[in-house]
Design a protein around this ligand. Structure first.
Ligand code: FES
Length: 158
């Protein structure tokens, strides 16, 4: 084998490795598509039921993938979920007054808004403050051992 032949072979091998390094991930992206954590109607897989302690409001972070042509973004959104046996309630964390994030107070046993002191009972109803309605709720469904969250509905008027 000549020196020229050796260099040509090395260049072909190197080019093949670079091509495979770029081509395999691109082909996987195009052929396998995005992870299915959301169905066609916009319901989101919120994870396994076993991750939800019974009776305790639990803050989950939902991840929703947004596809815009070739660009894919992951949006993260919190939600408060309460599992009482087979009954699941999922509250939007946005205060209906001006949209601040509410959090559960284990001591007071209410959802509290830090902005203007609205408080909400464990069932989402307004207990105090300027909020015009209770916490908004997601539709829920259980598939196998997983919780799915659907469209949001407005809470009850105060
Ligand atoms: S934003 Fe929650 S009370 Fe005003």
């Amino acid at each position: 084998m000549t020196r020229r032949g050796l260099y040509q072979g090395a260049i072909f091998v190197l080019g093949g490795l670079i091509g495979a390094g770029l081509g395999v991930p691109a082909a996987a992206y195009l052929l396998l598509g995005q992870k299915k954590d959301e169905d066609a109607e916009g319901w989101i897989d919120a994870g396994p039921l076993q991750a939800l302690p019974l009776g305790q409001p639990t803050r989950l972070i939902l991840e929703r993938q947004r596809q815009d042509a070739w660009r894919r973004d992951v949006e993260k959104a919190p939600v408060w979920v309460i599992r009482d046996g087979d009954a699941i309630t999922a509250f939007s964390p946005k205060c209906p007054h001006l949209g601040c994030g509410v959090s559960w107070s284990s001591e007071e046993k209410v959802f509290e808004c830090p902005c203007h002191d609205s408080t909400f009972a464990r069932d989402g109803k307004v207990e105090g403050g300027p909020s015009p309605r209770g916490l908004d709720t997601h539709e829920t469904r259980i598939e196998g051992d997983r919780l799915w969250l659907g469209p949001i509905h407005e809470g009850e008027p105060a």
